[in-house]
Write a protein that binds this ligand. Structure first.
Ligand code: TIU
Length: 220
């Protein structure tokens, strides 16, 4: 399969490609979660949900592997470095009790993936303590064991967990494609800059395209 992307065509086989959905959890998308405690307007992120749903449905129909990630810490916070917990001046820190339960803690209501993109039985769900999906998760070993060589990324936020995950993937030898209308940032200028820097210099980190290009190829 070959789809028009920037800076060049992105070529992949569905059976060797995973759709990686980064951190589409209530903590970042709904009021009262980690995103809002950091001082962000979370309403911007909700807008990408329909586009993500369309891609997820098409990818499932094509029989492709799906990976969902959540930024999640253990209840005892043993995997949350003090530097992360103490950073900045949030209204609630990681582990504190907020309106959706303890902030960024596994198993709490706020840590669940939003219902519109809920994982289906058999799909991989990765709890990650860092920004990147590969750090301290075993994701690389899981993908390698399944013969995955290409990754298609969606999710939030573009310049934080999505970009970090794409860079980690790039260093591990994967070809990565970012779906531009299926990722969002609290800062529109950062999204624009991230999309441009990923695909610059001949896809130095990866490729980008809009989801319509992928949907068209999957339907053909
Ligand atoms: N703050 C922010 O933009 N993002 C994060 O803290 N985590 C993710 O991007 N998932």
């Amino acid at each position: 399969m070959k789809i028009p992307a920037t800076p060049l065509y992105f070529e992949f086989e569905v059976r060797k490609t995973a759709l990686v959905i980064i951190d589409m959890q209530r903590d970042f998308i709904e009021p009262g979660g980690f995103g809002e405690t950091l001082g962000n307007d979370v309403s911007l992120l909700d807008a990408i949900v329909p586009a993500c749903q369309a891609v997820l449905a098409a990818w499932r129909r094509a029989g492709g592997l799906v990976v969902h990630t959540r930024e999640a810490h253990k209840p005892d916070l043993s995997d949350c470095p003090p530097a992360k917990r103490e950073r900045g001046n949030p209204s609630l820190r990681i582990g504190d009790v907020g309106p959706m339960g303890r902030i960024l803690v596994a198993g709490e209501p706020g840590n669940q993936i939003i219902p519109a993109l809920a994982p289906a039985a058999g799909e991989i769900v990765i709890d990650k303590p860092g920004k990147g999906a590969f750090y301290a998760t075993g994701l690389h070993e899981t993908l390698y064991a399944q013969g995955i060589t290409h990754l298609i990324f969606m999710g939030v936020t573009t310049e934080v967990c999505v970009q970090t995950s794409m860079r980690e993937a790039n260093d591990r030898g994967y070809d990565g494609l970012l779906l531009e209308d299926c990722t969002e940032s609290y800062f529109p200028a950062f999204k624009t800059a991230t999309v441009e820097m990923i695909r610059a210099q001949g896809a130095i980190v990866g490729w980008t395209c809009r989801s319509a290009a992928l949907l068209a190829a999957l339907q053909a």
